[in-house]
Write a new protein. Structure first.
Length: 256
């Protein structure tokens, strides 16, 4: 299934992102910018071949870091996904490209990219690049939302890539707007597949400051909660477990 996600990623890049000169964000976006610059400097180079080469070259150091830091199943699946995506980019036929409308490319490309990231993440893999970085951050901060971390990283790289294209190829400011919309849409699609549009989440909080926290939850979220007694050792302060259910969009505020 990780290979399927990688092929969907390649189709999105080949059919929608590259023909519309969108900067996808992440390493695929950087690879796209470097490919455009390479082909501008050396017209005899093949865009598809250089895209595959740059995509794999950019991912290689982070795959090594992932192998050391994350190890196991995730790294090997990510390596496999990177190889499959690079090979797929090199063999897709030219008549599959679509560039009639940047808006259509943004919507359909973003949807495919978001679904691709979701499929790879669901089976403990990734498409590499910023998804590896997000996984490394999640290892240190498991409370962070993976799709939001990826979106922020992609947003930053897409913006920088757009500026480079504007300077090197004379692209208009519209490339920035469409590319950033593409990144946001792709991240939202991944998030919707992961958690639903705005699903409920249950939190269990064990604390000594149960009354203070309960009052704050009631005041801030206007939601009911349940307190349970917690058995503690002799001499330890009394603690209680608070159970509360909030919407997904409220979870970051509750964690604070």
């Amino acid at each position: 299934m990780v290979a399927l996600g990688a092929m969907i990623n390649a189709v999105a890049l080949f059919c929608f992102v590259n023909p519309a000169t969108l900067v996808a964000g992440g390493f695929s976006g950087i690879a796209s910018v470097l490919t455009n610059v390479s082909c501008s400097l050396f017209p005899n180079l093949s865009f598809e071949t250089m895209m595959s080469v740059w995509y794999f070259a950019l991912n290689l150091p982070f795959l090594i870091i992932s192998l050391v830091q994350l190890r196991g199943d995730f790294t090997f699946k990510t390596i496999w996904a990177t190889v499959v995506c690079s090979l797929t980019l090199g063999v897709l036929p030219q008549n599959m490209t679509f560039n009639s409308s940047r808006l259509i490319c943004t919507v359909f490309g973003g949807t495919l990219i978001g679904f691709s990231m979701y499929v790879c993440s669901l089976y403990n893999g990734s498409n590499g690049g910023t998804e590896i970085i997000a996984k490394l951050i999640a290892k240190k901060h498991p409370e962070r939302d993976l799709s939001n971390t990826i979106t922020i990283a992609n947003f930053a790289t897409a913006f920088v890539g757009c500026v480079v294209l504007m300077i090197m190829d004379g692209e208009s400011v519209w490339i920035v707007l469409y590319s950033l919309l593409f990144v946001i849409w792709g991240g939202e699609i991944m998030g919707i597949f992961e958690r639903g549009a705005d699903n409920s989440q249950k939190f269990l909080i064990i604390t000594e400051k149960y009354q203070q926290i309960s009052d704050e939850i009631l005041k801030t979220f206007k939601r009911g909660l349940t307190q349970f007694d917690v058995v503690t050792k002799d001499g330890q302060p009394e603690r209680k477990m608070i159970m509360v259910i909030v919407q997904y969009r409220q979870a970051p505020k509750l964690k604070q």
